[in-house]
Design a protein around this ligand. Structure first.
Ligand SMILES: Cc1ncc(COP(=O)(O)O)c(C=O)c1O
Length: 376
């Protein structure tokens, strides 16, 4: 029987051990050895068992990421798109502006969504390079931007409420490997597609968020890590479920949370801990992605277009330069159990998503298929 490997960009593969645990827990969920008489989807989120689960998930996340004590962890809904709006709703102060680095479709959409709520400036963009590199922002760039855009009728440029970037652009496969520091405003990071594949340096970071469905669980829960001092910025008029301070006050249990998604996320967090934490996840990600990029760089048929220093360890984008050859390769791979390699519709080509749960054997099988295809 052919072993199947799932290279889906998200919803994406979860560790088989987590799936096995979900299967075992489905008829009756046991919380700390005590049967709940029902599955996790069928018990109250206000009961002791679920409260213990969400508390433990938060603690595991804090341990894994070494989250400083002055940050809150929120389990929210609405996905990353929800955060595209939630961030400006909560953080963009009247009379101020927000600066976005655009390095792909997700940060571009976030900037467009943000502009519905206030003044948004695109500080830099790699769009003209077809997002084959990440966009770097630093203090000098921000200052230069202010000077270049100063208007004689405005005496002092408005202050920045926050600066924003997407640290792994899932569609185009570029990753920001070092977050900028010493910026003139808190940094907001969309880390959705490489969350928990590496550590995060929280110095200068105001907020990090990630949708679960790439690296940690099923779609439904969005994790937000926000610095305490940013909580009281939000105007009162925003909806309660989008209000960071309100959700923090209620420990993410203001209304019914996505219980199943949180439960699977909690299991995945335990799995990451058991496997050796983020250091182990990072080591594995480097092994997997280097193996594939090395094969692509040596290939006569396929090219990985992203600049070497910005290549994503999670989403490896490549193509042959010919749409028909790309489609034939995707089909060739499917026949060998290598699934979901078709690139995003706006990018085309191929994309191999190598999240935490992907075993090295999956990448070996993909490289072998590439060699076989090239020899045809
Ligand atoms: C980096 C990134 N940000 C935002 C999104 C949008 O996420 P959602 O569909 O959960 O709103 C995605 C989806 O793939 C993504 O990869």
């Amino acid at each position: 029987m052919t072993t199947t490997y799932n290279f889906s960009p998200g919803p994406a593969m979860l560790p088989p051990e987590v799936i096995d645990q979900v299967r075992a827990d489905l008829p009756e969920w046991h919380s700390h050895g005590v049967g709940q008489g029902a599955s996790v989807m069928e018990v109250s989120h206000r009961g002791k068992a679920f409260e213990a689960l969400i508390d433990e998930a938060e603690q595991d996340l804090r341990d894994l990421l070494a989250i400083p004590s002055n940050y809150r962890v929120l389990f929210m809904q609405g996905g990353a798109w929800g955060q595209f709006a939630c961030v400006p709703m909560n953080l963009l102060r009247a009379g101020e502006r927000a600066g976005y680095a655009v390095s792909g479709g997700w940060s571009k959409s976030a900037a467009e969504e943000g502009a519905k709520f206030g003044q948004v400036d695109v500080l830099a963009s790699s769009e003209k390079d077809r997002f084959t590199r990440a966009t770097k922002i630093n203090c000098e760039l921000v200052e230069k931007y202010i000077k270049m855009n100063a208007r004689p009728d405005v005496a002092v440029p408005a202050a920045w409420s926050y600066l924003y970037l997407c640290s792994n652009e899932t569609v185009y496969g570029n990753e920001t490997h070092v977050l900028p520091k010493d910026l003139p405003a808190p940094l907001v990071v969309d880390a959705s597609s490489h969350f928990l594949s590496r550590s995060i340096d929280f110095d200068g970071v105001g907020l990090v968020y990630a949708g679960a469905q790439k690296n940690i669980g099923p779609a439904g829960v969005t994790i937000v890590i926000v610095r305490d001092d940013l909580l009281d910025r939000a105007p009162k008029a925003i909806p309660s479920v989008w209000h960071y301070a309100h959700m923090a006050k209620h420990k993410s249990l203001f209304n019914t949370p996505p219980v199943f998604s949180i439960y699977v996320t909690a299991l995945t967090l335990k799995w990451i801990k058991k496997e050796g934490g983020l250091a182990a996840m990072e080591r594995r990600a480097i092994v997997r992605s280097s193996m594939l990029y090395d094969a692509l760089d040596a290939s006569k048929r396929f090219v990985a277009p992203v600049a070497k220093e910005d290549r994503s360890r999670m989403n490896v984008v490549f193509d042959s330069g010919n749409a028909e050859t790309d489609a034939a390769f995707v089909k060739f791979c499917e026949a060998r159990g290598l699934m979901s390699l078709k690139g995003h519709r706006v990018r085309g080509g191929m994309r191999a998503s190598l999240y935490n749960a992907m075993p090295t054997e999956g990448v070996e099988a993909l490289v072998a298929a590439m060699r076989e295809f090239e020899a045809l």
